[in-house]
Structure formats: structure tokens, C-alpha cells
Ligand binder design. Sequence first.
Ligand code: CMP
Length: 143
Amino acid sequence: MERTYLMVKPDGVERGLIGEIVGRFERKGLKLVAAKLMNVSLERAERHYAEHKGKDFYERLLQFITAGPVFAMVWEGDQAVGLTRAMIGKTNALEAAPGTIRSDFAIHTNFNLIHGSDSPENAAREIGIFFNEEELLSYDKAI
Ligand code: CMP
């Protein structure tokens, strides 16, 4: 079982797309194990986007991700990282395949609605930036 970190960015929250986006992953069959609406501090943003430090879009990216609330989530399921990346679509909206979230709702590379971890290792790192261990729930108990 794999976990991934997904985050509806400020543009997605502002546009009222949380429900649409969460619904897609629910219908796919993935399990939501943590979620919260939150503001991202500059310190968290810098940790999250450390690999992009020095790139020409880095400062813009920090400004954007700290500009308004995000909806931070952890999803679980077989191949959760790859499946959610496929459902999100490529970073550049022009290259995002039809039917993906970015193709259906985004027209801009900067304002691309959602972040998804690109590997299980990065997922573990990013989950640790945004969530405490106690916030990650399990479905082990029978309802
Ligand atoms: P995300 O998946 O959150 O990871 C890095 C983000 O940087 C990316 O989505 C985009 O929002 C943003 N970005 C802006 N310009 C570029 C670029 N040229 N290449 C990659 N990412 C970019």
C-alpha cells in the first residue's frame, strides 16, 4: 500500500474546485487518510519546494503557494503516487492529457490547481512537512 501527498493549491481553493478534485480520487477508489484546509508558511513552502530553489520560477512559486489557503491531503492505495500523477496531468496545461485535472480546469503552468508527489520517497518527505503522524488515520477498525 502506497501513500501520496496531494495539495489543492490556492487557485483551486479559490475557484471552488476542492469537491471536484476530491471526488475524482474517491471515485478512483483511493482512500483519504488525512486532510486539512491550511495556510502554508514561508518556512513550509521553502521545505516543500527545496528542489526548485534557484530556478527562475522559484520566488513566484513561493509567493503563490503562500498567498491563500491550500487543501492538504494524504491519499492511500496501490500505486497511489503514479495513479494520482496520471489523473492530475502534466505540469504544462498544454501537455496535460484530456480528462486529467489540469487539462479539464487549468490553462496556466503556474496556476495549475494541484500538487502531487512525484515518488514514494518525496511523498514521505512531503507528508512529514504538512502532517503529524497522529493526523494520518487508518481504516483498520470495522464500521
Ligand atoms: P508542482 O507540481 O507543485 O511543482 C513545482 C511547481 O512549479 C509546478 O507544480 C508549477 O506550479 C511550478 N512551475 C512554474 N513554472 C514551472 C516550470 N517551468 N517547470 C516546472 N514547474 C513550474
